[in-house]
Design a protein. Structure first.
Length: 150
């Protein structure tokens, strides 16, 4: 165990955990930030996507020690009250079906638009290809990203 200093959603937090603990477990089990979901646990599905220094990353295989003192943003911290353009577009397009993967989808989309405010179809497909949705909401996801980009 070790004290690890984290900057999560603009707040400094210290957790006493094994440094190899994946960030996902720290968020959910130690800090109560359960918006980030566990899907595969093998960096394959995207359900656990967060931002690390503004980049979309899989938190299920990211050791907490490698996130120390870096800016972490979770779905809870993306906006104060669901007012991020991506969240608003998600509602407008009624994207979610079961909803389980959607926090990860939104975090990946938000990271894309931050770096590429007006992405092409190919850039959207490339950025989103690692986020799996078993309900098949892909067309609505793409439409919502285009709305958020305008
Ligand atoms: Fe992390 Fe699937 S739970 S990528």
């Amino acid at each position: 165990m070790a004290n690890i200093n984290l900057k999560i959603n603009g707040k400094n937090q210290t957790v006493d955990v094994d440094p190899k603990t994946p960030v996902l477990w720290v968020l959910r089990d130690h800090l109560g930030l359960v918006g980030t979901k566990f899907g595969c646990g093998m960096a394959q599905c995207g359900a656990c996507t967060i931002h690390l220094q503004g980049n979309a990353v899989r938190s299920c295989m990211l050791p907490v020690s490698s996130a120390e003192n870096k800016e972490i943003t979770t779905i809870e911290g993306l906006s104060e009250s669901g007012e991020h353009p991506v969240q608003k577009a998600w509602i407008e397009h009624d994207v979610a079906q079961c909803g389980y993967c959607q926090a990860g989808q939104i975090m990946t989309a938000a990271a894309l638009l931050k770096k590429t405010p007006h992405p092409t179809d190919e850039q959207i497909e490339s950025a989103m290809q690692g986020n799996i949705c078993r309900c098949g909401t892909y067309l609505r996801i793409k439409a919502a990203i285009k709305t958020a980009a305008n």
